[in-house]
Design a protein. Structure first.
Length: 171
């Protein structure tokens, strides 16, 4: 299992204060009067909303492949509240052993989950690329199986059981 790391998908800030005091030595209320602090709060709040929406998109698209819900990285703002600045959702990216069609379906779902946010992160794109490689391998295995079945159907009874006949046909 591996996770899909994402950025910018957090819910609104927590309602309670953490009691953090800004570096200026001012209390949280005095810091909010500072235009720089107000700009920082606006930036943090926007980032929080972006991060939460991003992770929610992964969660919705991942469906049954989600191994754990969103987890967030937080930063405390000048008002003492925690704002999400990064996050990730756990997604099962393992192939389905012995079933290339199920692996193909799963790889497509993984790719859709990785690319679900409006702005996929570099990690999201890497997960999508790995899912595309898994899709390609599953398609190749399906084609190999279909060739083997077609060969068996066309081969006469004596060829069907001749040692090495299947290997020659597939190669």
């Amino acid at each position: 299992m591996t996770g899909i790391a994402s950025v910018g998908n957090l819910a609104p800030p927590a309602s309670g204060r953490t009691g953090a005091v800004p570096a200026s030595g001012q209390g949280p209320d005095e810091a909010l009067a500072d235009p720089a602090a107000q700009a920082e709060l606006a930036r943090l709040a926007a980032r929080d909303r972006e991060v939460r929406a991003h992770e929610q998109a992964h969660l919705a698209a991942g469906g049954p492949l989600v191994t754990r819900g969103p987890s967030y990285t937080y930063r405390t703002g000048p008002d003492g509240r925690r704002y999400a600045v990064g996050g990730e959702v756990g997604i099962d990216t393992s192939p389905v052993r012995g079933d290339p069609q199920a692996t193909l379906d799963k790889a497509q779902r993984i790719r859709a989950a990785a690319l679900a946010p409006a702005r996929p992160s570099a990690q999201d794109q890497a997960v999508a690329a790995e899912a595309a490689r898994m899709e390609t391998a599953a398609r190749a295995e399906l084609a190999r199986q279909q060739r083997a079945v077609a060969y068996q159907a066309e081969a006469g009874p004596s060829e069907r059981y001749r040692p090495g006949a299947l290997l020659q046909a597939v190669a």
